[in-house]
Ligand binder design. Structure first.
Ligand SMILES: NC(=O)c1ccc[n+]([C@@H]2O[C@H](COP(=O)([O-])OP(=O)(O)OC[C@H]3O[C@@H](n4cnc5c(N)ncnc54)[C@H](O)[C@@H]3O)[C@@H](O)[C@H]2O)c1
Ligand SMILES: O=C/C=C/C=C(\O)C(=O)O
Length: 484
């Protein structure tokens, strides 16, 4: 049994709130206990972060900060197997995913923002003045201050360092509230912070639940200067309300109901491979995944059968076994939520092309399994087609024309991502522009260049992260006007 402690001012400390159990999703067993932070520990963490801003971290030259960020990336990679095992135990995700995506990206984020901050420039404007002279405007960037970082459970280390790395690169200090489901890698990162010499108080971790617990204590804390959050849209609304007090800025990466679009001229095998991953990877728990796929009528039946075959082709099992390709979902509660949509689909008369239930898992009967599932035949206004399920499931709808499919794709409150498959160049670009999302992939999915803008429109979020865009949130821009 592991006990996950809070990490405050460089020390691992017990929390004063009610501790809670940490489960291994593959078996349902309790494998650890999370020591939850109360208001006192959140106060201490925010206070430590404030003190660190005023201490050596706040005065450190960029080159030194950058060297420390690179050491953090190296430090994670040096303990790769420990991070990998911790992430797998928390999430039940297959080693094949965690070793290729979560941990390498978790480390790489520090290098990416080390590069970014070294090359970031600011604007200058020269102007004429009425007295015939001139003036020079130049911009300075300063750290925003103490950043509250509230994280989800689906890609725990990756999504946390995607925020912590740019925050530290810009000279801020952070208090992280990991998801209550996945406390391990954020805690382990505390050890790496100490080992590489990040000053105490720069990176703090407080564990606990959201409402009326560590999450809310952090987001409503007046000592926090900005809040960055990834998670559900409803939680984003609550966090925005908390941030309104004191007029603190928020960066929000929220939910989605992303459309996949497959035209009849697409490379069918490639589309099936890409959309298959978009529907089922990480047991469907990727915010960018496609839970609605629109397929042009001429290829509908062939595509539907091909996707159903992909859904049936996964191998469930021990996530530590390299041959396992499908893990559980995160929790019993989330399994029940996903299965409630499986029931709704059946009750609404969906045609179930694959899955639709729970696999038989001898030896893992108490794990949180659900079958990859493909439906068709539901109306666009059904709950299954409109609401984010966040499971390994998708609904297929046929379409006839380009205009029709963009209207269908846009008929949602969300606007995170889309994945478009076609060999017609003009159609590809037109559709990418017409679908109202932050991220359009053409003939690909989840292909990430970390310098690009990442984020959602409409109810999928506010702001963009990635490359220079992260600087907008993690720094305050000051214009200096000099009369010459
Ligand atoms: N847009 C993106 O980049 C992106 C990426 C990953 C996941 N997501 C979304 O995240 C969701 C899945 O993650 P989740 O279930 O962990 O999300 P969630 O909103 O339930 O929880 C996220 C975090 O917020 C905390 N929290 C909950 N209520 C809070 C409150 N009132 N105040 C402060 N903190 C609070 C939780 O404890 C957790 O740490 C899905 O909707 C998915 O689409 C979005
Ligand atoms: O589940 C959401 C996945 C988000 C991915 C990223 O934020 C990223 O790749 O930077």
């Amino acid at each position: 049994m592991t006990t996950y402690l809070n990490f405050i001012d460089g020390q691992f400390v017990k929390g004063s709130a009610q501790p809670f159990a940490n489960h291994f999703p593959t078996t349902g067993e309790v494998i650890g206990e999370v020591s939850a932070a109360g208001r006192a520990e959140v106060d201490a963490a925010v206070g430590a972060a404030r003190a660190a801003l005023k201490g050596p971290w706040g005065r450190m030259p960029v080159a030194e900060r950058v060297a420390l960020l690179r050491k953090l990336a190296d430090g994670i990679n040096a303990r790769f197997d420990e991070f990998l095992a911790a992430e797998i135990r928390d999430t039940g995700k297959p080693r094949a995913i965690a070793s290729h995506i979560d941990i390498p990206r978790g480390a790489a984020n520090f290098n990416v923002f080390a590069d970014q901050i070294l090359t970031a420039s600011t604007e200058t404007f020269e102007m004429a003045t009425p007295d015939g002279g001139g003036a020079l405007n130049y911009a300075l960037r300063s750290p925003r201050g103490v950043i509250g970082v509230v994280c989800p459970w689906n890609l725990p280390l990756l999504l946390m360092t995607w925020k912590v790395a740019p925050a530290l690169a810009c000279g801020n200090t952070v208090v992280v509230k990991p998801s209550e489901e996945t406390p391990a890698t954020a805690t382990l990162l505390g050890e790496v912070m100490n080992a590489v010499g990040i000053p105490p108080g720069v990176y703090n971790v407080v564990h606990g639940l959201g409402p009326d617990a560590a999450g809310e204590f952090l987001t409503s804390h007046p000592g926090v200067d900005g809040i960055t959050f990834t998670g559900e849209t409803r939680t984003g609304e609550a966090i925005m309300r908390a941030a309104a007090r004191g007029v603190r800025p928020v960066s929000l990466e929220l939910g989605g109901k992303n459309a996949g679009i497959v035209f009849d001229d697409a490379d069918l095998d490639a589309a099936l491979e890409g959309i298959g991953r978009a529907c089922f990877a990480n047991t469907g728990q990727v915010c960018l995944g496609t839970e609605r796929v629109y397929v042009q009528r001429g290829i509908f039946d062939r595509f539907a059968e091909g996707l159903a075959e992909k859904a049936r082709g996964y191998r469930f099992g021990d996530p530590f076994d390299p041959a396992t390709t499908m893990g559980t979902v995160i929790s019993a509660e989330h399994r029940d939520k996903v299965l409630s949509y499986y029931t709704k689909a059946r009750d609404a008369g969906a045609t179930i092309l694959a899955g639709g239930g729970v696999p038989e898992m001898q030896g893992y009967e108490n794990g949180y399994w659900v079958e990859p599932t493909v439906w068709t035949g539901l109306p666009e206004d059904s709950a299954v087609v409109r609401e984010e399920i966040f499971g390994p499931c998708t609904h297929l709808t046929p379409f006839d024309s380009e205009d029709e499919v963009t209207a269908l794709a846009n008929d949602t409150p969300y606007g995170l991502a889309t994945s478009i498959w076609t060999t017609n160049l003009g159609r590809a670009h037109r559709t990418a522009k017409a679908v109202d999302v932050g991220i359009s992939w053409i003939n690909s999915w989840f292909l990430r260049d970390l310098r690009t803008a990442f984020g959602g429109s409409k109810a999928s979020g506010i702001g963009r992260e990635g490359g220079v865009h992260s600087l907008e949130f993690y720094t305050e821009l000051r214009n200096v006007c000099v009369k010459l």
